[in-house]
Write a protein that binds this ligand. Structure first.
Ligand SMILES: [Fe+2]
Ligand SMILES: [Fe+2]
Length: 260
């Protein structure tokens, strides 16, 4: 939540009740009540993709307007957001940051480090086919090799490769069951990738991918700002506002809870 904007949005009555509270505990309670009021002032639209049985019935008595663009639950983004702003204000970035650090420690070049740094940011938008979503959303800003490798990592992680000492992840057995078989389009994607000149780039994403990353380590995004600067063409209008064919994906990350 943007605290300054939140405080500014409080009604005079709420501010007076916080200021007039007799003790620190009473002030905290008054602030919490004010926050509840502010967060419930409008309805928050939810993505409809999961409502296979139809959207839940609307409450006919609820005629509050929906939040559009401004959402008090989310930190406000700059007007022309850059990649690092998404890392700081929208993504859950530890997995990719730790993967990028591992690639760096393993001595890989910046193409590989960049691919590792970005390989799963599509998950912030959509889990299903995250490699494809991710490749598409970054394609205008990175090399073809990086985008291709990221798309293909989705398939490659299901297929062992002795040459790279890559084994099927135990995490996938735990998550999907021992009898899980990838869909035919994933098998096809793997076969195409195996013959491709950039196979190694994609395979190295899976090698440096952390299937159970360390929750005790905190890698700061600052460690990779230089790499981003050299390997990701930031549009001067900001991601989401450069008129590119993928701008809507970045806008969706900025305003994920818009009604429309
Ligand atoms: Fe992934
Ligand atoms: Fe990953």
């Amino acid at each position: 939540m943007d605290r300054r904007k939140f405080i500014n949005s409080l009604s005079a009555a709420s501010l007076a009740s916080v200021a007039g509270a007799s003790s620190l505990t009473a002030k905290a309670d008054a602030l919490e009540d004010a926050m509840d009021d502010a967060l419930n002032a409008k309805r928050r639209a939810k993505p409809s993709v999961c409502y296979v049985d139809g959207r839940p019935a609307r409450d006919p008595d609820d005629d509050r307007p929906y939040y559009m663009h401004y959402d008090p639950l989310l930190p406000e983004m700059p007007k022309a957001p850059q990649l690092v702003d998404f890392f700081n204000l929208r993504f859950r970035p530890q997995h990719v940051l730790q993967s990028a650090r591992l690639a760096k420690l393993n001595g890989h070049n910046e193409t590989i480090i960049t691919a590792c740094l970005l390989h799963d940011i599509g998950l912030n938008l959509m889990g299903t086919d995250h490699g494809y979503w991710c490749a598409q959303m970054i394609a205008p800003y990175v090399t073809d090799e990086v985008a291709w490798a990221i798309e293909k990592h989705q398939a490659l992680r299901f297929f062992p490769d002795k040459d790279y000492e890559y084994e099927y992840p135990q995490a996938y057995i735990d998550l999907f069951g021992a009898d899980y078989k990838p869909e035919p389009y994933i098998v096809q994607s793997y076969k195409e990738a195996k013959k491709h000149k950039w196979y190694e780039t994609s395979r190295l994403i899976t090698i440096n991918d952390l299937y159970s990353f360390n929750r005790d380590i905190n890698v700061e995004v600052d460690e990779f700002v230089d790499v981003m600067g050299r390997n990701f063409k930031q549009p001067k209008e900001g991601l989401g506002f450069d008129g590119s064919p993928v701008a809507h994906m970045w806008r969706t990350l900025i305003w994920p809870n818009n009604f429309l």
